[in-house]
Write a protein that binds this ligand. Structure first.
Ligand code: SAM
Length: 301
């Protein structure tokens, strides 16, 4: 097996981005950043809200690990970094030979099939579908939010599957996925029977991803910027964040046919009451599901 050289530096938060960029400039093949206090009482968990970046680029103390092809490159990079004015803030944790790994396989192994209901599964393309899966969405992690692993997405998918079962499927229904990300909700509605699907997002990367993912599942989704959504729908799903959901209230409600359900996610449990009040002029939103601090609201126009 090929050997590479790993340089591991303990680095304060304010230097992480600079040091990572510099290592890449100094011939590193890859750079990863980990919490230097992981698995200790000082572990510093960093979480971003869905669709938002994490609040900062590094932990209080990070380990920046760089892989080099040759030891000479690693030592040269180290010498260059130590010669900087902040060199004294960096501490070498290791400079060691490591076996080259199959990074693609390693990354892929971190994404397993996700069960939405007993029979509805999200399955990465490199995995076999589980035997009990009857409805299967093929989806690989990409640049856009929505792989089925986040509670907000999972709750929307569960709602779609359960509601579909209760009403005998989504056949003939016109569905709008507002803030579509990877397109996961629109595609799910399609796999569960709906044929008239629209997905909109302000992020061009999400629009591209939705197109790819829909095609990979042989589902036809009209996808584009928010202006693409025209007229009224039998179902509107929006998994965004509490603040945009508040601003979008008149627009989302105007897209509902009389009696059509609106499903909102991306809000924390403590934000549910405020959202219910904002939407009250149009419809009564009820708590439909809750998971890991996130609430799903649903109501009919
Ligand atoms: C949390 S992700 C949800 C993705 C996917 N629908 C899901 O359930 O996993 C929110 C998405 O909404 C998009 N978004 C944020 N604000 C928006 C707005 N005002 N109009 C349309 N899309 C928006 C973001 O770009 C992002 O792709």
């Amino acid at each position: 097996m090929t050997q590479l050289v790993e340089l591991a530096l303990i680095c304060p938060q304010e230097r992480v981005e600079w040091v990572s960029d510099a290592l890449m400039e100094l011939a590193a093949l890859s750079v990863t950043v980990e919490d230097a206090d992981a698995d200790s009482p000082h572990e510093d968990a960093l979480f971003g809200e869905p669709g938002m970046p994490v609040p900062r680029a590094g932990w209080q103390r990070s380990i920046v690990k760089a892989l080099f092809e040759r030891e000479a490159e690693a030592t040269e990079a180290l010498t260059t970094l130590m010669a900087q004015e902040f060199g004294a803030d960096l501490h070498v944790q290791a400079l060691v030979s490591v076996d080259e790994q199959d990074w693609v396989r390693l990354t892929q192994s971190q994404f397993a099939p996700v069960s939405i209901t007993e029979s509805f599964w999200i399955v990465p393309s490199w995995h076999e579908a589980p035997a009990q899966a009857r409805t299967i969405m093929r989806l690989d992690p990409g640049l856009a939010f929505g792989t089925g692993t986040h509670p907000t997405t999972r709750m929307c998918l569960r709602w779609l599957a359960r509601q579909g079962q209760a009403q005998g499927g989504w056949q003939g229904q016109r569905v709008l996925d507002y803030g579509c990300g990877s397109g996961i909700l629109a595609i799910a509605a399609g796999l569960l029977g709906a044929t008239d699907l629209t997905g909109v997002d302000i992020d061009p990367a999400a629009v591209t991803a939705t197109g790819h993912n829909a095609a990979a599942n042989s589902v036809s989704v009209q996808v584009g910027q928010p202006e693409l959504a025209q007229g009224q729908f039998d179902l509107v799903l929006a998994n965004i964040l509490a603040t945009p959901l508040k601003l979008l209230a008149p627009l989302l409600c105007a897209h509902l046919k009389p009696g059509a359900p609106l499903v909102l996610a991306g809000l924390l449990d403590r934000q549910a009451e405020e959202l219910q009040a904002v939407y009250a002029p149009w419809l009564a939103l009820e708590i439909a599901d809750q998971e890991e601090g996130w609430t799903l609201l649903a109501g009919r126009r």
